[in-house]
Ligand binder design. Structure first.
Ligand SMILES: [Mg+2]
Length: 170
């Protein structure tokens, strides 16, 4: 169980991840959670740093797809702004959404990494499918969906157990 909840790396924010390094690791696609990974919860605005980072990602030739349990009106404006694919109503951590995202990008579990801020949805699903998962620190915990707040409570406890198991490098 812990094996599937342990991310392959943990970063304070997206901008720390180096797209050029991902290319050297053979990565061709990234799947992204939306809320609290790319923007704050239910917010359509993307921070300037994040926009610039996605430009670097495009320049590195890495494809990207948002995978969100939310629906199109929430996701599409952000995906369009960033120029990336999206899969709505993903039902994470069920695996069907991840498979749809891989199909949309034409990538596979070996050359694609999931990036998200939640262990029980983003990371758990990715690891069960045999994909790497990068955990990022949530952008802001001030406002969140109630179900997410419940998950956070357990996440903090699991993080204590998995923290020392997270590799230093991808
Ligand atoms: Mg999230």
């Amino acid at each position: 169980m812990l094996k599937y909840l342990t991310p392959n790396a943990y970063y304070e924010n997206l901008a720390i991840i180096d797209p050029a390094q991902l290319v050297t690791l053979g990565i061709e696609g990234l799947i992204f959670d939306l809320d609290n990974t790319i923007t704050t919860w239910n917010n359509l605005e993307v921070e300037k740093d994040t926009l610039e980072w996605f430009t670097r990602l495009h320049q590195a030739g890495i494809k990207a797809c948002i995978l969100s349990n939310n629906s199109m009106p929430r996701i599409k404006p952000v995906a369009d702004m960033l120029g990336i694919y999206f899969v709505e109503k993903a039902k994470k951590p069920f695996l069907s959404g991840y498979k749809r995202a891989l199909a949309v990008m034409g990538t596979n579990t070996q050359n694609t990494i999931m990036i998200g801020d939640q262990l029980f949805t983003d990371i758990w699903g990715a690891k069960r499918l045999g994909m790497k998962g990068i955990l990022v620190k949530p952008i802001s915990l001030e406002r969140e969906f109630m179900g997410t707040r419940f998950n956070r409570f357990w996440e903090r406890r699991i993080m204590k157990a998995v923290h020392k198991r997270i590799p230093k490098e991808l």
